[in-house]
Design a protein around this ligand. Structure first.
Ligand code: PEP
Ligand code: MG
Length: 527
């Protein structure tokens, strides 16, 4: 379990308040620099998460609140930071989800600043000197981002949702993770367990057969760049990337294209919009790893858990239902316009075949306007993400306006099940195996087929080797995922025929629960 920073005592400050306030500022700056440095070493979502946490440490309101407690209440710097951050965390918790989820991040930053002030061991992951299963009540994304898969063989947490940042980060690192497991913290130090990230199970006191079975399931498959069913139907298997380093790693892993290039890395953790030139350089650095290959660039998906000062509203009671993704273009069409300009320039300078898609689309008007904006920049292949039930149900109309669609199953699940993707309390609902979600995937694919338009999946569902053949059977034409999942998904697909995929799809659509659907597929494919 990650160590906790001890709560500082409430003894009064004996020295100078000015010096104590200076110490708070220096400690906050040190924590910010440390996290920013880690962000620089990380890539993709990990880098985004660390940049956001670094920005939290640099938040002047936290330092000011602590300084006030030093001067007015004569608290020691570490106690002042503890109380100031504690009060922010309590306020966030009172707001309920999704703001309450940020309380954990505030407490993590608090612990780091207190550790910097007192010389305590900063929060983090223990190092027992041998590979181990990490068990925690919760894990800060900043810590998950830095885990070494050679040392941490699996993660088990009591909190968090399956599509929370922590879970996505773990999957990107190739670390099996079981989140929101009741009783996770009852597991004892040194206890032997088998963690099956795919099934979401933890077996205590495993038998020799359990261990052997788990070993067999850890495939040593490699990926040759192509996805194909046993009888030769091609399924495009491509990568999700979020920055140049991830693009390089994806190309090295054999990905022959990108199905989701998240462009947020260029914008997050910044006070102002990056210039067009800066964006062109950043996008070219990704495109250059895929000469003559397709790269689907997603325009900025700000809002909800990725607020941006210059773009998204300061406060919304329900940010996941608020001004996020393409919706920001209503108040700030200029920001989208400049991004499309930068994407077009980058596309012209590189040989990659660039397609552009918009996140968080709910109406046909949005799709039409987006396609027109893309066309105005000479970007002919424009598409939409299908992340809302409205978009899935309207797919046949949306695809009359744009040339392709990509199912963002993380958000599609969140909005279909009305279950916050970051919240442990609703984790059982947050799975793309839910019959309602799979039905929407079917409808969306049907809408695409009417126009001969490709409909892919770029949410985490694409990385689930059991779900992949089902998605293909439902009519999905490409699967885009973390590069680490490519080999497993390719090997599952290679074991089934096109007809068997269709049969699996029919089977899951007949199931009335997520568990039944998953069990049915597991039984067909693994036994
Ligand atoms: C791919 C998706 O987008 P993100 O995870 O970036 O919200 C999704 O929602 O499935
Ligand atoms: Mg999404």
């Amino acid at each position: 379990m990650p160590a906790r920073v001890p709560e500082p005592s409430t003894s009064r400050l004996s020295g100078s308040a000015d010096a104590a306030v200076r110490a708070v500022k220096e400690a906050a700056a040190q924590v910010e620099a440390d996290l920013a440095e880690r962000a620089g070493r990380a890539s993709g979502t990990a880098a985004d998460v660390l940049a956001v946490t670094a920005a939290m440490a640099a938040d002047p309101t936290l330092v000011a609140a602590a300084a006030r407690r030093v001067r007015e209440d004569r608290l020691t710097p570490e106690r002042a930071v503890w109380d100031a951050a504690g009060s922010v965390a309590t306020q966030l918790e009172a707001l309920g989800p999704p703001m309450s989820e940020r309380a954990r991040d505030v407490r993590d930053v608090r612990d780091r600043i207190v550790a910097a002030l007192t010389g305590a061991v900063p929060p983090g992951v223990p190092d027992p000197g041998h590979p181990f299963v990490l068990v925690a009540s919760d894990l800060a994304p900043a810590d998950t981002a830095m885990l070494d898969p050679a040392v941490v063989t699996a993660i088990v947490t009591a909190r968090g949702g399956p599509t929370s940042h922590m879970a996505i980060l773990a999957r990107a690192l190739g670390i099996p993770a079981v989140v929101a497991l009741p009783g996770a913290t009852d597991l004892a130090d040194g206890e032997e367990v088998v963690v099956d990230g795919m099934a979401g199970t933890v077996v205590r006191a495993p038998t020799a057969d359990d261990v052997e079975g788990a070993r067999r399931r850890v495939t040593a498959a490699t990926f040759d760049g192509r996805g194909m069913t046993r009888d030769g139907t091609e399924v495009e298997l491509v990568a999700n990337v979020a920055d140049p380093a991830a693009a390089e790693a994806a190309a090295a892993a054999g990905a022959r294209g990108v199905g989701l290039f998240r462009t947020e890395f260029c914008f997050l953790g910044r006070g102002e919009e990056p210039s067009i030139e800066e964006q062109v350089t950043a996008y070219r650095a990704v495109l250059s790893h895929f000469p003559d290959r397709r790269v689907v660039v997603r325009t900025l998906d700000a809002g909800a858990d990725k607020p941006l000062r210059f773009l998204t509203p300061e406060h919304e009671d329900n940010p996941a239902l608020g001004v996020r993704g393409l919706r920001t273009a209503v108040a700030h069409p200029d920001v989208l316009d400049r991004q499309l300009d930068a994407i077009a320039q980058a596309a012209a300078a590189e040989s990659a075949e660039v397609w552009v898609m918009a996140p968080m689309v709910a109406t046909v008007d949005e799709a039409r306007d987006f396609a027109a904006a893309c066309a105005a920049h000479g970007l002919e292949q424009s598409g939409v993400m299908i992340e809302t039930p409205a978009a899935a149900l309207q797919a046949r109309h949306l695809l009359a306006e744009v040339s392709f669609a990509s199912l963002g199953t993380n958000d599609l699940t969140q909005y279909t099940m009305a279950a916050d993707r970051d919240l442990a309390g609703v984790a059982a609902l947050s799975t793309p195996w839910q019959p309602a979600v799979l039905e929407l995937v079917r409808v969306a694919c049907e809408g695409g087929a009417m126009h001969g338009a490709p409909v892919g999946v770029c949410g985490e569902a694409a990385a689930d080797p059991l779900l992949a053949p089902v998605l293909v059977g439902l009519g999905v034409t490409s699967l885009s995922m973390t590069p680490r999942a490519l080999a497993d998904v390719a090997s599952t697909l290679a074991g089934v025929s096109r007809d068997e995929c269709a049969e699996l799809a029919r089977t899951v659509l007949e199931c009335s629960t997520a568990q039944a659907a998953r069990d049915a597929v597991r039984e067909r494919l693994l036994t």
